[in-house]
Write a protein that binds this ligand. Structure first.
Ligand SMILES: Cc1cc2nc3c(=O)[nH]c(=O)nc-3n(C[C@H](O)[C@H](O)[C@H](O)COP(=O)(O)OP(=O)(O)OC[C@H]3O[C@@H](n4cnc5c(N)ncnc54)[C@H](O)[C@@H]3O)c2cc1C
Length: 380
């Protein structure tokens, strides 16, 4: 068992951290106000090879492997949690396009995603529910040369910023559930689609919203995978992004704890640094332990993927645990900063609101625990 990083990985992480420190961290709070992920930063990330870096070089990636991609997502999120969505969604969706789009379509879009020229989203959730995703209602009815999409998607990250969105729609009977769903590549600048934006608690630079489809035409060549097979084919890529989400959230925990270890040694109460109190250091020591374990789980999950081993259970573990742990750690760090932690002058309150979203996005803790239980019972 080797827990070390290669020299190449060390260099990639260091370069990404430097970029995150210098180019991303200073604007974290400001981007919450502007409510956008700036395109110039995406282009810079693209030029540094930080978006979907696990893609092959002929598709515009750097062929670095899944684990290294996770390390990059983590390093980006240390600077700005929201900006790391560009890498997260770029990686998740490029992988789907690589696997299920025609070679021509993949070659057209993936290099542009990697270069940071376009944003891509994924639309599964509908007003009637997200957990029971197989019950989706948005219709894709066959017409000459393609399909007509009608219905609504909701709670979609980057809804009003994405240039293309992988959209799941029902092509079978309503009662066909998972066996009647197909996926399509939807371009948002075409007729027949409108978007709205929610007023959310956090992740404001990413933004969530609804998509309304009214006879939106999508040609046959933009269907991803076989008709009615989107659930068994396209959705398997979600395991990968669950480990990325884990690292993305844990990055916020890491910087919050680093800042807090420094702060407690400087802040004095009762004539001595507050770090002299075990009531201050022990909660942090316990959270450091849990952080270490959760991070190793995320890295192991990506290692399993790199080695073509099953990792659905581990990915679900990352997804329910890491966002919650990150929230708990950030909360503790905020409290240890006293009244200052509650102010917008410090980043803890924004971090808390931002990481909270990923306890719901990409599937809730209950759904992840259902996946883990199902996997364990299947093994027995
Ligand atoms: C920040 C954020 C970003 C998102 N981004 C996207 C995106 O880009 N694309 C997209 O398609 N969706 C996205 N979503 C939507 C997200 O995937 C759904 O919100 C999520 O899957 C839950 O669906 P729901 O909100 O409809 O809750 P529901 O399915 O209505 O569930 C409500 C509650 O009941 C619980 N519950 C439901 N069924 C069970 C059960 N069988 N056992 C136990 N508990 C159960 C759930 O865990 C939840 O707590 C995002 C959500 C957020 C908050």
């Amino acid at each position: 068992m080797d827990f070390g990083l290669s020299e190449e990985q060390e260099a990639i992480v260091e370069n990404t951290r430097q970029f995150a420190r210098e180019r991303l961290a200073p604007g974290y709070a400001e981007r919450e106000k502007s409510g956008v992920l700036p395109r110039n930063l995406a282009l810079e990330m693209g030029s540094l090879g930080l978006i979907a870096p696990e893609m092959s070089e002929d598709l515009g990636g750097s062929d670095v492997g899944y684990l290294t991609s996770g390390l990059i997502a983590e390093a980006i999120a240390e600077g700005d949690f929201n900006i790391s969505y560009i890498q997260l969604l770029g990686s998740l969706n490029s992988q789907i396009l690589d696997r299920y789009a025609s070679a021509e379509l993949a070659q057209h879009w993936i290099p542009r995603i990697c270069r940071g020229e376009i944003y891509i989203g994924v639309a599964l959730t509908e007003p009637s529910g997200g957990s029971d995703a197989a019950n989706l209602q948005l219709r894709a009815d066959k017409t000459d040369g393609g399909y007509l999409l009608n219905g609504e998607k909701t709670s979609i990250s980057l809804a009003d910023q994405a240039d293309i969105i992988i959209t799941f729609a029902r092509t079978g009977d309503q009662d066909s559930r998972a066996g009647g769903v197909s996926a399509f590549l939807v371009e948002t600048d075409k007729d027949g689609i409108q978007t709205t934006r929610f007023d959310d608690l956090g992740e404001k630079a990413v933004g969530r919203g609804s998509l309304f489809f009214d006879n939106y035409f999508v040609s046959d060549d933009k269907r991803l995978g076989e008709e009615n097979k989107a659930f068994s084919q396209v959705m398997e890529g979600f395991d990968f992004s669950r480990a990325l989400i884990g690292l993305q959230c844990l990055a916020v925990a890491r910087i919050s704890m680093d800042e807090t270890w420094d702060y407690i040694q400087q802040r004095e109460a009762f004539g001595k640094p507050i770090s002299n109190n075990q009531g201050v250091t022990f909660p942090l020591a316990e959270l450091e332990t849990q952080y270490e374990a959760a991070r190793l789980l995320c890295l192991k999950t990506l290692w399993l993927k790199d080695n073509n081993k099953p990792h659905t259970k581990e990915a679900a573990m990352c997804k329910w645990w890491a966002p919650k742990l990150s929230y708990d750690i950030t909360h503790q760090c905020l409290l240890l900063h006293g009244h200052g932690g509650y102010s917008k002058d410090l980043p803890f309150e924004q971090r808390l609101r931002d990481v909270l979203g990923l306890q719901i996005g990409d599937g809730t803790a209950q759904i992840m625990k259902m996946i883990i239980a199902r996997q364990q019972m299947r093994r027995k």
